[in-house]
Design a protein around this ligand. Structure first.
Ligand code: R5P
Length: 261
């Protein structure tokens, strides 16, 4: 079955597989959203079912919650957990300082709250997500539906005043209708090309009325696990300044791959 996976999916899988080594019995674990995080949830589910791993998971979206339950992970809310030992999530881009763009799947708000409420955040990504400077991937911001066009205009003015390159701002659509997040909000995608001062932009964006949160994750991620299509994985720890290289096999498991086409 794994022979059918594309090199990018293999890269995502090995990053996820390596990340679950950090999960220990008794942990409260933040479960990210997206295709890479879904591999991690499947791997954790297998450990719960087959090795008796005892964890409680706090999902960052309704779709991750559904998958976690399906694979046998006990799901609790963030309010029940209060604080988490570890969050594992994907990213749309990461730079050398492990700052991130997230929200390509529209889950940035819950993802940022959950990651910030964790002792440690590990990002899992295929090597294609690594960038020198954040911004080629459109930066998502979550806005409330009330007056979203006003919020969009205010964001555009703000980008002009900050002299941020690119500047086109689009409402994310789901077919003919605006995309709606789990919190009932909309997403504006900022096509900036290059962000420059991401820390400043992250702070300023959240000052715009109607903006709930932005997809810049600054100083939140501790470790990035980078997967390659040939099975190599690099674990880069920003606090320790270490890089560990490993190679994982693509493990044939009916349970892990059963729900894939
Ligand atoms: O809103 C979605 C999340 O931020 C995802 O973690 C991010 O978009 C990466 O997704 P994927 O692993 O599917 O590339």
């Amino acid at each position: 079955m794994t022979g059918d996976l594309s090199p990018i999916d293999k890269a995502k899988f090995v990053a996820a597989k390596r990340a679950v080594d950090f999960v220990e019995d008794g942990m409260r674990v933040g479960l990210g959203t997206g295709s890479t995080a879904a591999w991690m949830v499947r791997c954790l589910g297998e450990m719960v079912r087959e090795d008796g791993l005892k964890i409680r998971g706090v999902p960052t979206s309704t779709r991750t919650a559904a998958l976690a339950r399906e694979v046998g992970i006990e799901v609790i809310s963030l309010d029940e957990a209060r604080w988490l030992d570890l969050t594992i999530d994907g990213a749309d881009e990461f730079d050398a300082d492990l700052n991130l763009i997230k929200g390509g799947g529209g889950a940035l708000l819950q993802e940022k709250i959950v990651a910030t409420a964790s002792d440690q955040m590990i990002v899992i990504a295929d090597v294609g997500k690594e960038v020198e400077s954040l911004g080629a991937f459109p930066l998502p911001i979550e806005v409330i539906p009330f007056g979203w066009q006003t919020s969009k205009a205010l964001v555009e003015d703000m980008l002009i005043s900050m002299d941020v390159l690119g500047r086109s701002v689009t409402l994310r659509m789901n077919g003919d209708s605006p995309f709606v997040t789990d919190e009932g909000n909309h997403i504006l995608d900022l096509h900036l090309n290059r962000i420059g001062n991401a820390r400043q932009l992250a702070m300023v964006l959240n000052q715009v009325p109607g903006v709930v949160e932005n997809g810049l994750f600054i100083d939140i991620c501790d470790i990035v696990i980078v997967g390659y299509g040939d099975g190599r994985v690099e674990t880069r720890d920003i606090n320790e300044g270490t890089v560990e290289t490993d190679r994982l096999d693509f493990i044939e498991s009916e349970n892990l791959f059963a729900d894939l086409d």
